[in-house]
Design a protein. Structure first.
Lengths: 297, 434
């Protein structure tokens, strides 16, 4: 769906992007991760044709990015903006029309979406009279109103209470299931693990890793196992730092060059092994680890 | 093009639908006739309440007779100058005119004593009466009968007629031209400031609320800027149109009512004015002058300079708005916009309306930054075709230039947050190619 080739962008002396290569396949939710100021917003602005890259290329369905692609993209910026004095309905109609929908079609779709989100009663309210969460919903609908095959969401959950965040999450998943490609820029890692199929991480203008969630997690396995043994028959070595819970003990052990099976066989000598599970790092741990290691290196 | 149209529509409707627009549009024209009515009322009151001022005359030649006017009466009491001075000191007389024995060939020593400085009109009235009297006396002395003299005396009233290249003749009057130039110039000046500020506020609103990020992902910044400028121009034109209609109607009504109160005698005069060709009453003259003004060319050039000036400055206002985060930051960039506007405004009064054909007036009305205001001061006097053409062409070029300049600043400015740009950074934005 979307591909970037050696994208570069500098602002004065600051490098915002350095040789960014990304491949976003069709119909996935693609997480774009990175700390503040890493270059995510710059990348998103380039894809949205708000600014131009210094060098490199962006391809959409294999074609170089062009003004005609604007209607293919729905963009929810991190800093939300709506005209405070405008009514919900007028505002949505304006954005929908700017994205190229006809008056008739725009009205129909807005009507349907307002009904779907149970917002029909608000349509004549001004934005300034809405709560922040409600305004966010209006913004979200405005973003997807023209059924874009590519959706770019910058921090879509910020400002939502858990209930509304759940509604938005369900909408994103539903859109993905209908074939929409979603690029999700965030630093909220729990939403990444729940939603994303693929991720790319950017730090200090460089891409530092990418792949499917599974691939990324696999390559960052610390090779440590969490073990529980019921009623140990042999004394457990003290350096294993066990926690005792009634008649069971729990501890973690690194593989230290052995295969998991070799470790398991060794452990079986101590008693009944009731739990033997590899420790998988969370995306958050990988994120923090990666950011720190690139900063130190 | 479609998208610019959408922006124009939004900018236009969101402003025209506001209650404040309706209020300002309806109330402003009421103020003009109200001011007019107040002036007329004051003038009428003043005339009615004026008390007659008595001036004591001591004429040692026993020669002069001063005709009393509506405002001044002259008393000849043959008293001595000292007694007359006392009358003035006591406040019994407004003034005292002392005419000592004079040589008619070289009259000297005529003096006016008054408690306060005499007004210009009184001094010139006295001077001309005395002059006339002395001249009459000298003519009589040289043997010319006063009767013949009054038969010969003719009154001349200069009628000013402008002649254009086609040989058409028009009665003109500088006062009417002055009024037209004055009104048109001020209107354009106010319009540029009021609506230019609206553009700037609008741009800052979109920028600070980050709406602009969504907008520029749907259309080009330049389209957005032009849409806003044109949309707000529409608001201004609508307001102007409503004003013209309202002021026209109200003025007709007000003058109609005042007209009914006019003394019968004057009304008769007015009624006859149309029929008597040689009638030189001021009113006919003004009617003729107004009839002689080429309203079509004045109105069409007004609309041209009105829009041209607005578009030229509107682009600059948009550029400034895009560069700053809040209206209070805009001050530092306002100088290059306000200075030429004020120069044009001052120039209109100091140079253009005083002498529409001077070199300064010419340049003020040619340079695009000042021409919208300055040229309106000249148009009603008649401007050579090539000057008008050059001025209009330069205004169009000037508008294209400021739009290009503002577009460059706007495109980068609207996405910049948190930094206070200087003129240097603006220059960098203008130079940068993307």
């Amino acid at each position: 769906m979307l591909e970037t080739l050696n994208l570069n962008k500098t602002y004065g002396l600051n490098r915002a992007l350095t040789d960014i290569n990304l491949k976003v396949p069709k119909g996935v939710i693609f997480g774009l991760l990175g700390p503040n100021g890493a270059g995510k917003s710059t990348l998103i602005r380039i894809i949205n044709q708000i600014i131009d890259a210094d060098s490199g290329e962006v391809l959409i369905d294999g074609q170089p990015l062009a003004p005609k692609h604007i209607s293919l993209i729905g963009y929810l910026p991190e800093e939300r903006g709506l005209y405070k004095k405008m009514k919900v309905w007028d505002q949505m109609l304006y954005f929908a029309r700017l994205k190229g929908l006809s008056q008739q079609e725009a009205k129909e779709r807005i009507h349907n979406w307002l009904a779907k989100m149970e917002m029909s009663t608000w349509k004549d309210k001004k934005i300034e009279d809405l709560s922040k969460g409600m305004a966010q919903k209006v913004q979200f609908i405005s973003t997807i109103i023209h059924n874009p095959p590519l959706l770019i969401l910058d921090e879509p959950f910020s400002g939502f209470d858990p209930v509304n965040a759940e509604i938005i999450k369900d909408q994103i998943l539903e859109l993905r299931n209908q074939g929409t490609t979603v690029i999700l820029s965030t630093h909220r890692m729990e939403s990444v693990e729940l939603l994303c199929d693929q991720v790319a991480m950017i730090n200090r203008s460089h891409k530092i890793l990418d792949g499917t969630i599974k691939e990324v997690k696999n390559s960052y396995r610390p090779e440590v196992f969490r073990i529980s043994i019921d009623q140990p028959t042999l004394p457990i070595p003290t350096e294993w730092a066990v926690q005792t819970d009634g008649e069971s003990v729990h501890f973690t052990l690194p593989l230290s060059g052995k295969t998991p099976n070799e470790l398991l066989i060794e452990l079986m000598n101590y008693g009944q092994v009731s739990n033997f599970q590899e420790v998988i790092p969370s995306m958050e741990e990988i994120f923090i680890h990666q950011v720190k290691s690139t900063q130190n290196g | 093009m479609d998208k610019i149209w959408l922006v124009i529509q939004r900018e236009y409707l969101s402003r025209v639908k506001k209650k404040s627009f309706l209020l300002a549009t309806l109330l402003t024209p009421l103020i003009f006739p109200a001011i007019m009515a107040i002036f007329v009322w004051i003038a009428v009151e003043e005339k009615e309440n004026q008390s007659l001022r008595i001036i004591e005359v001591v004429d040692e030649n026993k020669l002069f007779f001063m005709e009393s006017s509506q405002q001044y009466a002259f008393s000849f009491s043959h008293s001595s100058p000292e007694e007359a001075k006392l009358l003035v000191q006591n406040g019994d007389r407004y003034g005292f005119l002392y005419i000592p024995k004079i040589d008619l060939k070289n009259p000297q020593g005529i003096t006016f004593y008054g408690e306060e400085n005499p007004s210009m009109s009184l001094v010139s009235y006295l001077e001309s009466s005395l002059k006339k009297k002395i001249e009459d006396q000298r003519l009589y002395d040289s043997g010319i009968d006063p009767q013949i003299l009054s038969d010969i005396r003719t009154s001349v009233d200069l009628k000013s007629i402008t002649l254009n290249q086609k040989g058409e003749e028009k009665v003109s009057d500088a006062t009417v031209n002055y009024a037209i130039g004055f009104l048109a110039g001020i209107l354009i000046y106010m319009f540029i400031f009021i609506y230019g500020n609206q553009i700037m506020q609008g741009v800052i609103e979109e920028k600070s609320s980050r709406i602009v990020e969504i907008l520029v992902s749907s259309l080009k910044p330049f389209q957005l800027m032009m849409g806003k400028i044109v949309g707000i121009a529409g608001v201004g034109l609508t307001q102007l149109l409503i004003w013209i209609i309202l002021i026209g109607t109200l003025t007709t009504v007000v003058t109609g009512i005042l007209g009914l109160q006019m003394p019968q005698e004057q009304a008769m005069e007015l009624a006859q004015a149309d029929m008597i060709q040689t009638d030189n009453s001021e009113f006919t003259e003004i009617l003729q002058v107004i009839a002689g003004i080429d309203f079509i060319s004045i109105i069409s050039s007004f609309i041209f300079y009105f829009l041209g000036g607005y578009l030229l400055y509107g682009a600059l206002f948009a550029g400034i708005g895009s560069a700053v985060d809040a209206p209070s930051d805009a001050q530092q960039f306002m100088l290059p916009v306000t200075v030429p506007l004020i120069v044009a405004y001052m120039g209109l009064f100091v140079f253009v309306l005083q002498d529409p054909n001077s070199t300064t007036s010419f340049w003020l009305s040619i340079i695009p930054l000042t021409s919208p205001i300055a040229m309106m001061g000249r148009v009603s006097y008649g401007v050579p075709f090539w000057e008008l053409g050059l001025s209009m062409l330069l205004l169009i070029l000037g508008f294209l230039a400021t739009t290009w300049l503002a577009g460059k600043i706007y495109r980068i400015g609207i996405l910049m947050h948190g930094t206070k740009p200087s003129y240097k950074t603006l220059w960098k934005w203008i130079k940068s190619s993307n």
